[in-house]
Design a protein around this ligand. Sequence first.
Ligand code: SF4
Ligand code: SF4
Length: 131
Amino acid sequence: MLKIDFNRENLDKCLCPGCPVQKESNCIKDQVIEMEEVSHDIDIDSGVMIGPDEVPKLYCSTGKSKCNDLYTHEECQCPQCDVWKENDLEARGAPAYFCVNGRAVECCKITGDEDFDAKSREMRRTYYTPI
Ligand code: SF4
Ligand code: SF4
């Protein structure tokens, strides 16, 4: 089953922070400020934590954004992202815009692993078929 880990490596690859869909969202700006405050919290014993669903990126792993002021008429950056490419999300039929469509594991059911294998075989066959 398709699973995209919420880890530092994928967070670093994610292109959501610069994406015009969420760049001007006041709700996202508040989430970023909250994240920065938590990461700079000098009181290490305060127990202040932030959950993955509060982090405004890597939606393909965590699911829909809680913000409802996203500019979805702008272009999603996911197809340019290494996480997208490494997980073959194009071939799996991912609709991108994970911040509004939800996690990849949910949205990509339309092309399950069996279908994906068949599609890959078909693509290879087409590619190598002699003219
Ligand atoms: S999931 Fe796509 S549309 Fe949403 S913020 Fe990330 S890159 Fe932009
Ligand atoms: S595919 Fe989209 S949501 Fe997932 S890491 Fe890349 S830019 Fe972020």
